[in-house]
Design a protein around this ligand. Structure first.
Ligand code: ADP
Ligand code: MG
Length: 274
C-alpha cells in the first residue's frame, strides 16, 4: 500500500496555491531500507523498504506498535547497524538518547556531561564552562556534584539530554526517552525539549509508542506498520507551539492517528492468521 500523507490541525481550504518549494537536502534519509535479523531460513524481516526523509531542523516522531521496528530504524540511522538493502544517510553526526539514561554511576552529574565534551577533544577549562552551561539549560545546575543514584528518573534523563547536547551533533535520535517517567515529569521534559529544539535548531527523530506524545512534539508524525515495519502513513502536525499534551486539539489529532494505528495492528493480526 502507498503511504498516505495528511495535513491535520489546519483549517481546510486555507492552503495557498502551489508554489515551487525548494527542498533542502534532508538531514536524515532512508531509501528502500530493509533490515532482517537472523540467518536465512529463520530470518525475521524487521523493516521492509522504508522511505523516509527528515529535513534539517525538523522534529519527526515515529510511532508504531511494539516490535514494528522503530528501534531498528533508529539504530540504522545512528550507524549502530547496517541495512540488508537500501541506503541510509545522515547529515553530520548524531547523538542518541534512550529510555534508560545509562550514566556512569561513579561519576558526578557534571563529570558525566563533561565526558562527552572530552570525547570531542574539548579542553579542560572549556569542558567546565560548557558542562555548567548545559546543566543550567536542563535546570540541573544545582545538582552538578551529585551522583546519578541521588537523582530522580526525570533528572537522570535531563542529564542524558545535556550529555546528548554536549556531543554537539546536528541530529538528535531519541528512542522512547521519556517512556519510563510519570506523566507530570514527562510533560515538563516535553516543554524543555521543545524549547531546546526551537533554540538549538537541531533535527530530531523521536521514537515513541505514545501517539499523544508524538502529536505534542512533532512537526510530523510518521506511522510505521506492524512487522515488517513500513511507512504506513504520515501526518503533518500544524498546531501552534508551544503545545500542551492535555489540550483538545492534541487529543483529537492523537485519536485520528490512533485509529489509523489500530487499523494497522488489525491488518497485521489478520495477515498473521491468514
Ligand atoms: P520496536 O522498537 O518498534 O519495538 P524493534 O526495532 O526493537 O521494535 O524490533 C523489531 C523486530 O525485530 C522485533 O520483532 C524484534 O524482536 C526483532 N529484533 C530487534 N532486534 C533484534 C536483534 N538484535 N536480533 C533479532 N531480532 C531482533
Ligand atoms: Mg524499541
Amino acid at each position: 500500500m502507498m503511504p498516505s500523507s495528511a495535513t491535520v490541525g489546519s483549517a481546510p481550504g486555507t492552503d495557498s496555491p502551489a508554489e515551487p518549494r525548494v527542498e533542502p537536502a534532508p538531514a536524515i534519509e532512508l531509501r528502500g531500507v530493509s533490515k532482517a535479523y537472523g540467518t536465512a531460513g529463520t530470518a525475521l524481516l524487521a523493516l521492509d523498504r522504508v522511505d523516509l526523509a527528515v529535513a534539517p531542523g525538523e522534529f519527526v516522531c515515529l510511532v508504531g506498535a511494539s516490535g514494528c521496528g522503530k528501534s531498528t530504524l533508529l539504530n540504522l540511522v545512528a550507524g549502530l547497524d547496517r541495512p540488508n538493502a537500501g541506503r541510509v544517510s545522515s547529515l553530520g553526526r548524531s547523538a542518541l538518547m534512550f529510555q534508560e539514561a545509562a550514566l556512569f554511576p561513579w561519576l558526578t552529574v557534571a563529570a558525566n556531561v563533561e565526558l562527552a565534551l572530552r570525547f570531542r577533544g574539548v579542553g579542560r577549562a572549556d569542558r567546565r564552562r560548557r558542562g555548567a552551561e548545559l546543566l543550567d539549560l536542563v535546570t540541573l545546575g544545582e545538582f552538578a556534584t551529585k551522583r546519578p543514584h541521588e537523582l530522580s528518573g526525570g533528572m537522570r534523563q535531563r542529564v542524558a539530554l545535556a550529555r546528548a547536547l554536549a556531543q554537539d551533533a546536528e541530529v538528535l535520535l531519541m528512542d522512547e526517552p521519556f517512556g519510563a517517567l510519570d506523566a507530570m515529569t514527562r510533560d515538563l521534559l516535553h516543554d524543555e525539549l521543545e524549547a531546546l529544539w526551537a533554540h538549538a535548531g537541531k533535527t530530531v527523530l523521536f521514537v515513541t509508542h505514545n501517539v499523544r506524545e508524538a502529536v505534542r512534539l512533532g512537526d510530523r508524525v510518521v506511522l510505521l506498520s506492524s512487522r515488517p515495519g513500513r511507512v504506513a502513513a504520515e501526518f503533518d502536525i500544524a498546531l501552534a507551539r508551544p503545545r500542551r499534551i492535555d489540550t483538545a486539539p492534541v487529543a483529537e489529532l492523537a485519536a485520528t492517528i490512533t485509529d489509523r494505528l489500530r487499523e494497522e495492528v488489525r491488518r497485521h493480526a489478520r495477515d498473521d492468521h491468514a
